[in-house]
Design a protein around this ligand. Structure first.
Ligand code: ATP
Ligand code: MG
Length: 157
């Protein structure tokens, strides 16, 4: 079981240098620290991949926001960038193994395929919304652990 806000903070620290090289600002927005089911290292891999993409496909001086929202039975993490975006014709292929819009950008085209698989292994879903030239939002939904019961109870009181 994984405290998600702490995990996302770690992601921020891990990606800081990479973002700084492009003068990109990383912002984490979250009021709560929900606990989700699963394996911390695998979930870390998911969000490292998503933030890595956001940095890679954004211009210098850009902003990337990681937003954590809690719902009664699940949590939602959005990784938002205002970068290159993805065209409609490519959008449904970006999770295919080895697919890259432009292979000259480096990498192997496996990041999203792996993330998708890891999220599914956690009984979660991953939705990608994007507009060419405007940016991309990747939303990961994960089920809450029942360890949260006392936390929710406290907030009701
Ligand atoms: P790797 O992750 O293996 O280093 P990669 O980043 O190219 O390589 P994926 O993470 O699987 O591979 O992404 C596949 C493709 O989807 C990318 O090459 C890029 O064309 C597109 N893509 C992914 N995320 C974004 C994003 N945030 N903005 C714009 N395009 C994206
Ligand atoms: Mg990638």
């Amino acid at each position: 079981n994984v405290p998600l806000k702490e995990l996302l903070k770690e992601i921020m620290l891990n990606m800081w240098t990479k973002a700084e090289k492009k003068n990109i600002k990383l912002i984490l927005e979250s009021d709560e620290n929900p606990i989700v089911f699963g394996d911390a290292n695998r979930l870390k891999q998911v969000f490292l991949n998503l933030v890595d993409n956001a940095i890679k496909f954004s211009e210098e001086h850009s902003i990337i926001q990681i937003v954590l929202n809690c719902y009664p039975e699940q949590v939602e993490v959005e990784v938002q960038d205002v970068g290159l975006g993805i065209s409609e014709e490519h959008l449904n292929r970006v999770r295919d193994r080895f697919f890259q819009v432009n292979p000259l950008n480096g990498g192997t085209g496996l990041g999203l395929a792996i993330s998708q698989q890891l999220v599914e292994q956690h009984q979660g879903t991953m939705v990608i919304e994007s507009e060419l030239g405007k940016g991309t939002i990747v939303t990961v939904m994960l089920p809450l652990s029942n360890e949260n019961d006392n936390i929710i109870y406290q907030s009701v009181l």
